[in-house]
Design a protein around this ligand. Structure first.
Ligand code: KG4
Ligand code: ZN
Length: 394
């Protein structure tokens, strides 16, 4: 089953094509292309993602990235007959009426080409920024209509979850259920219990800021720039011999709350006050970055292990942008190895922790109906909509 996947939920425009064979229990994967175009530089000027700029940027990039993804996957790009195009023009115009920039490019670059030999199109339909999501969803709807391929709407968080099943050698891990996924990104922090493919339940989540958001805000307080996660972890890794003597201790919010929820907003405020009251030197900056990272990781790891114990988990998964954090990866594998030695622990490899479309293809493969059923859904694009607040499970 060849799946072309599209992801535009936030500030990355991404398209991947993946070829799956075998069964869901024993799948094989060939990655035909995996292209991510980041808007980070554009938004860095504003210190965060600006929704209407993200929407415009996705519109400018999508057709170009699609053509690159097809070329990379060795799909022939040939033109079809003019008469076919004109009959489909009006519907395409209707689907893309709110994305005029994209429509212009679509008519010129995509409408004339013959449909590639793929089995389905997958698209992130939420959660994320509504204007950004809609560009990808409408693009996918137009392709699904034009090429007569079924459309699989995929949750961005399911994508982060399944990204952790891809091993470093690009083989897919066999998932043992029940599994527990710690999903940590810029917009979300969730502990998701998976009793099977698609049988998801959020058993804990942040009550205020997401973990990535806290990294970004603390980086801003310390003047470390945007995005904050990589900047904080790089600063925290710098050596500062007097660190222990400084006796700096930030709170570990909700660490003993008895549930699996998180709160990072108080921790960020504690950093703000500590920074206000201390001399601003390179060393104090390193110390605060270190202690903030320690505190965030302590809470994330402790709650994940506790939930894994409670639900008698067989597999722990780690995904989302913050899963790139070295300390989090080390601590989770160390503590899980010590306290739950029979539990497998799969982490997204660092290149796949950020937003990408390969993870959307992976989730689509595991969550879509069987290929036979899928074939009957050629017209389902009409029902696919973006949902900025989409949640995993019920
Ligand atoms: O999943 P993602 O790429 O986008 C969303 O869906 O939100 O996550 C982005 C978040 C940002 O907040 C970024 O600062 C954080 O992931 N991040 C990190 C690291 N790399 C990225 N946080 C901590 N340590 C890192 N190394
Ligand atoms: Zn994400």
């Amino acid at each position: 089953m060849k799946i072309l996947a599209i992801e535009t939920s936030f500030d990355e425009t991404a398209i991947a094509i993946a070829d799956f064979s075998g069964t869901r229990e024993n799948p094989k994967l060939k990655i035909l292309s995996n292209i991510v175009s980041s808007q980070v530089k554009l938004h860095a000027e504003y210190g965060g993602v600006v929704p209407h700029l993200a929407k415009l940027e996705h519109q400018k990039n999508l057709t170009f990235i699609l053509l690159r993804a097809l070329k990379k996957g060795s799909f022939p790009i040939s033109k079809s007959k003019i008469s076919q195009q004109t009959s489909k023009l009006r519907q395409t115009e209707k689907i893309l009426e709110r994305e005029p920039e994209l429509l212009k490019k679509f008519k010129k670059e995509i409408l004339p080409i013959k449909p590639p030999v793929i089995d389905a199109i997958a698209v992130t339909h939420g959660p994320g920024l509504a204007p950004a999501l809609w560009v990808g969803v409408n693009f996918a709807r137009a392709l699904s209509f034009l090429w007569r391929k079924p459309l699989i709407p995929v949750s961005h968080m399911a994508g982060h979850l399944y990204s952790s099943t891809l091993a470093a050698d690009n083989t897919l891990e066999k998932l043992q259920f029940p599994a527990l996924a710690l999903l940590v990104s810029g917009g979300h922090t969730e502990l998701v219990l998976a009793r099977g493919h698609g049988k998801f339940k959020i058993v804990g989540e942040t009550l205020d800021d997401a973990a990535g958001e806290a990294f970004d805000k603390v980086a801003r307080i310390l003047g470390l720039g945007y995005p904050g996660g990589p900047a904080i972890s790089a600063t925290a890794e710098m050596s500062f011999k007097q660190f222990k003597r400084l006796n700096l201790r930030l709170p570990r919010p909700m660490i003993n709350s008895g549930d699996f929820n998180f709160s990072f907003s108080g921790l960020k405020t504690a950093v703000l006050y500590a920074w206000r009251d201390m001399p601003h030197t390179k060393e104090t900056k390193i110390a605060l970055a270190k202690e903030f990272q320690n505190a965030a990781v302590d809470v994330l790891v402790k709650k994940t292990i506790a939930a894994a114990k409670k639900y008698k988990i067989k597999t722990i998964l780690l995904g989302g942008g913050v899963a790139a954090n070295k300390l989090l990866r080390e601590r989770l594998s160390r503590d899980a190895g010590k306290e739950l030695p029979h539990v497998a622990c799969h982490m997204s490899h660092v290149a796949l922790t950020g937003d990408n479309a390969l993870m959307i293809a992976l989730a689509a493969f595991f969550l879509a109906p069987t290929p036979k059923l899928l074939k009957l859904r050629k017209n389902n694009w009409k029902r696919v909509k973006a949902n900025a607040n989409l949640r995993l499970g019920k």
